[in-house]
Design a protein around this ligand. Structure first.
Ligand code: GDP
Length: 304
């Protein structure tokens, strides 16, 4: 599925709102800027990031007093794309991974329901397509369903999985997973974790214990801590990002369910507020529906 299709709800909404924002106008004036501010805020870009973007556009308008509204799209795309670049969103070209000694370890965090398991399954599929051998670790031992769902995905995409029974120590599962991956010379390990936010100290301790135990086998593990957020939940996603970044060092974001929302602007706001690169976006339930986030392509699609 194409990015344009996946983002169609947000695209249509942004297009409509932008058209309304400039109707009857030829120049970018204060009223257009006010309207633009509203377009961005109602697309879940977030207030702070919106103000930052508006400020930059204001600056350009002050230099070019006769800036036409026809140029607004291009300027928006440039400014947002620059903003994302400043947040370290460097585009990776495919599902290739840096060469290293031992498996590349991705620890996946996020609350239940955001699409964590699905994202892990999709990642496994893509890495496998890219010729990598993948091992999944079912370290969300809190819910039986989490282990079962991960097993379903492992079977579906035909990768191995390491699990123990429900209620067992997540760190022990992570340890077993890395040991197995190392023994089989696997390229990439993806560890699922339980995202129970009601107890921040508990979450922090659990994640740091998992890390410590993994480092007994792969000293620099994890290579990536991927926070999965539901892109259709706006402020909730911001709140979860705040909690998880306090609990552990998050190195990358995956924003899911962007196909189901008209508010895909959340991708821009979250990346900007937390200075964490968005690496993947989910635009559907199937394994083909995970894309590498490419900022220019994303922005072009949104404001086309
Ligand atoms: P978890 O509890 O975080 O592991 O969440 P799941 O992976 O079980 O996903 C919860 C629901 O969201 C499932 O019905 C998934 O099919 C659905 N889902 C996950 N990612 C996406 C996405 O990108 N788009 C859509 N439309 N649905 C998604």
């Amino acid at each position: 599925e194409s990015l344009d299709e996946g983002l169609s709800k947000t695209k249509e909404s942004v297009f409509k709102k932008l058209s309304r924002a400039v109707v009857g106008k030829s120049k970018v004036d204060d009223e257009v800027l006010d309207n633009l501010e509203e377009v961005l805020i109602t697309s879940d870009v977030g207030v702070d990031t919106t103000l930052k973007i508006i400020e930059r556009i204001e600056e350009r308008v002050s230099r070019d007093k006769y800036m036409g509204v026809s140029e607004l799209n291009t300027i928006l795309k440039d400014e947002i794309s620059d903003l994302l670049e400043e947040n370290n969103t460097t585009d990776v070209s495919d599902f290739d991974l840096p060469k290293k000694d031992g498996p590349y370890v991705i620890m996946v965090v996020g609350v239940n329901g955001v699409g964590k398991t699905t994202t892990i399954g999709k990642l496994a599929y893509n890495f496998k397509q890219a010729g990598k051998s993948v091992v999944l670790g079912a370290a969300d031992t809190f819910r039986a369903a989490a282990i079962e769902q991960l097993e379903v995905w492992a079977e579906r995409v035909d990768v191995s999985i390491v699990k123990q029974k429900m209620g067992s120590d997540p760190a022990s599962v992570a340890y077993d997973t890395l040991a197995s991956a190392k023994a089989s010379n696997a390229d990439v390990v993806i560890i699922d974790t339980a995202g129970r936010l009601h107890n921040k100290v508990g979450l922090m301790n659990e994640l740091s214990k998992i890390k410590k135990v993994m480092q007994k086998i792969v000293p620099d593990a994890p290579d990536e801590v991927l926070l999965v957020l539901d892109g259709s939940t706006g402020q909730n996603a911001f709140e979860q990002a705040k909690q998880f970044t306090k609990a552990t060092e998050v190195t990358a974001l995956a924003l899911t369910k962007l196909d189901g929302t008209a508010k895909g602007g959340v991708v821009i706001g979250i990346s900007d507020q937390f200075k964490i690169p968005v690496k993947y976006i989910g635009i559907g339930e199937k394994m083909e529906h995970l894309q590498i986030f490419r900022r220019r392509e994303f922005v072009d699609s949104l404001f086309s």
